[in-house]
Design a protein around this ligand. Structure first.
Ligand SMILES: Cc1cc2nc3c(=O)[nH]c(=O)nc-3n(C[C@H](O)[C@H](O)[C@H](O)COP(=O)(O)O)c2cc1C
Length: 379
């Protein structure tokens, strides 16, 4: 069982993730983890803090001579602008944050809530996900995330090989697959910045080359769609999660939703075992199990809660009406969000992989993967 816990405050000394149950025997690539951390800090519309910091991972436990040992792996990212002890309490809770509710729930300070609720926490979720990416790649599985929509501006994602799509995304200021939409997206972010407003949108993650049978129909908490929804929904500012057609499926008759099943013997040796589907509206999951098709997960991000032109609030001391507090903030963090959702999906899929093929060592997982592939081909 792969488990992840994170710790740390936004302006504390560091953020830390502990990944327990990760198999032994994987040679890890810290440059790849750092590259994902860098992507998380990028994208058009970010606030000043991203320019101050360059996140770098420190692998503190669970690895010897660059190879995982099977024990808990601790990943740390230091905050170069550590100043928690010097920061003041806030008195005017910001709508859209946990400020008001958290201060009441914990009978404590707004600062104590916002420091932990902050999306800075996702730094180490990305680091852990980047490690999981590396495990999945041993099985030919690739996880790829991008932005599909900013507020009212929908994009038309280009098609192509994974390398082509990656090059397209990495050249886009908002990590889209539609260079023609990027100018309008940048202009809309500039406009919102000028107006003191903020923006959200939709991100999509696709996972390629998955075998049949990750997750299970047998119990509610082993269904992979449910696990993905929980993990993705737990990301700060995510307000909706879809698999495949998602909400659109409810607008169509069954004949326009469900994916016909066919067979192509030439594909019998692929993870899809030769089974082909007319469409992939199910997004790679049926009855909580992967069905050999690409997994497709989408997530809706609300606009950033902290506005430069603050909303109405109350001073908690005086109970008088005042404007909400303002702390340096992003106007749009959608590109970063696509990196976070990608890595959270990678971690969730890796957990399902370990569940199905065993988690002690990579070589044992590989042997069990091959055995399952051979047995499933006979089915
Ligand atoms: C990558 C990313 C960056 C974010 N940056 C900010 C920010 O600069 N300012 C802000 O007010 N909220 C930001 N948020 C959103 C808040 O963290 C989030 O809305 C808040 O913690 C309340 O949680 P909830 O929206 O899930 O209810 C960001 C979210 C993500 C995913």
């Amino acid at each position: 069982m792969l488990r992840l816990l994170t710790a740390g405050e936004s302006h504390g000394k560091l953020l830390q993730a502990t990944l327990d149950g990760f198999p032994a025997g994987l040679s890890i690539d810290t440059d790849f983890i750092n590259a994902e951390l860098k992507r998380r800090q990028g994208g058009y519309g970010r606030g000043g803090r991203q320019k101050l910091e360059t996140d770098v991972v420190d692998v503190q436990t669970g690895v010897w001579q660059g190879v995982t040992l099977g024990g808990p792996i601790t990943l740390a990212v230091a905050n170069s602008d550590y100043k928690l002890e010097r920061l003041k309490e806030l008195e005017r809770p910001r709508p859209g944050h946990g400020d008001l509710t958290g201060a009441i729930k914990y009978l404590g300070s707004i600062r104590g809530v916002l420091e932990r609720a902050s999306a800075r926490e996702t730094t180490v979720r990305v680091a852990a996900g980047a490690l999981c990416h590396q495990l999945l790649r041993q099985f030919g599985v690739n996880v790829f995330g991008f932005v599909t929509r900013l507020e009212q501006i929908a994009t038309t994602p280009r098609t192509g090989s994974l390398d082509e799509l990656r090059a397209l995304r990495d050249a886009s200021p908002m990590y889209t697959l539609d260079p023609e939409a990027d100018a309008a997206i940048v202009a809309r972010v500039d406009q919102a910045t000028e107006q003191g407003d903020t923006l959200g949108g939709i991100v999509e993650v696709r996972v390629f080359n998955l075998p049949f049978g990750l997750g299970s129909h047998a119990q509610w908490d082993r269904k992979l769609d449910g696990m993905l929804a929980q993990a993705v929904m737990s990301i700060q500012a995510i307000k909706g999660v879809e698999i495949g057609l998602g909400f659109e499926a409810s607008h169509r008759p069954g004949s326009k939703v469900h994916d016909d099943i066919g067979y192509d013997v030439d594909l019998a040796d692929t993870p899809a075992l030769g089974y082909v589907r007319g469409t992939n509206n199910a997004g790679g999951l049926e009855a909580g199990m992967t069905n050999g098709q690409p997994l497709v997960v989408r997530a809706a991000m609300k606009p950033i809660s902290t506005l430069r032109k603050p909303l109405d609030s109350i001073n908690l001391k005086t109970k008088e009406a005042e404007r909400a507090a303002y702390e340096r903030s992003d106007v749009c963090a959608l590109a970063a969000c696509s990196v976070i959702v990608e890595n959270v999906v990678a971690q969730t899929v890796a957990a399902a992989f370990i569940d199905k093929f065993g988690g002690d060592s990579l070589v044992e997982m590989q042997a069990r993967y091959e055995l399952f592939h051979d047995m499933a081909r006979q089915r």
